[in-house]
Design a protein around this ligand. Sequence first.
Ligand SMILES: *Cc1c(COP(=O)(O)O)cnc(C)c1O
Length: 418
Amino acid sequence: MDHFSHKDGVLHVEDVSVEAIAEAVGTPVYIYSRATLERHAQVFRDAVAPAGRTHVAYAVKANPNLAVLKVLAGQGYGADVVSGGEMARALAAGMAPGDIVFSGVGKTRDELTAGLDAGIGQFNLELEEEGRVLGALATARGQRAPATLRVNPDVDAGTHAKISTGRAENKFGVAIDQAPAMFDRLAKEPGLNLRGVAVHIGSQLADLAPLERAFERVGQLVAQLRAAGHAISHVDLGGGLGVPYRPGETLPEPAAFGAMVAHVTAGWDVTLMFEPGRVIAGNAGVLLTRVVWVKPSSGHPYVIVDAAMNDLARPALYDAYHDFVAVRPTGERLIANIAGPVCESGDTFAMGREIDAMASGDLAVFRTAGAYGATMASTYNSRAKVPEVLVDGARFAVVSERVTPQAILAAERIPEWL
Ligand SMILES: *Cc1c(COP(=O)(O)O)cnc(C)c1O
């Protein structure tokens, strides 16, 4: 459920007309709904609660906006971060250091040090050498770093190859069959409190079966590690739950995921950790855009909008589908291609799709753009960096300003010898 609906013929986010936002902020602009974010946070937390002791760390990379993080901190969420920059954001949003998990396959020594200095709650190790380096850094500071070993269970998540992370050939985690011996060696590091294992097999999962297989393998590993004398108190089950992007599409509900988790993990006696990203933020945001032209072509007409692949990269990156809806639908329909102004044919959001009829100057939104949207934006083609707005009931605020091409130009230099 979300809070994006037409009232008196005009699309609203909660109680704010998106026309008012277009007027005040211009387009393109991302718009998030606080009520939707909070609802998703509650639904997920309630869904996993029956599994016992749980800790939910929102995957910051899905939508790292400071105001979004503040909303989720208010829901008791911690953060799963994959860079020093994301860690700084989570701390700036008021998340407790102890509620932050540091993931990522390429954490630098500087980032590990920053994590130790901040006293973050857990490091998810991706390779043995990282564990030894973290242990040494912690020892030198008189600390013991809480850590898990991320394992790669070699299951096919059945999702897009570019967001699949749990196959043996992927760069993430250590092979699950090598984990017990590696765990034995790393557990001897005096600077590490190696307390569990972590897994994350991919994103936009449309089926619970691969997750269930991965969790079962992790359960066997936990039993094996305990039999070898290790104290296992934490298991991090990652993120990955998908959201519906197409009208009528149905995906596993968080409640079904929670029931599966409770079933598979019964008797594990650990704190279960979760790292949801997309399922929290995806349906809580839209990208508002204005039609620049409707351009005839030899096939369907091209609806050229003022948002482009630099603002919303998912269609160009993953062939992703984003529903496209008029702000003031007339009831008339049109079969069209939808494209942005960037000089690449990949800057195309849809081909031959039936949409609301559009004319130049009309406003429309790409739906389900709250996750992996603004965070992937670039300034390609010397376009502005897209702004973000948060709606709360009848009020709204710009939570990330448009960075103009002039401001970006001002950071560039011509060397004096040129
Ligand atoms: C990206 C990522 C997540 C979040 O994935 P979603 O599909 O957005 O839930 C969680 N954990 C790790 C380690 C990730 O890399």
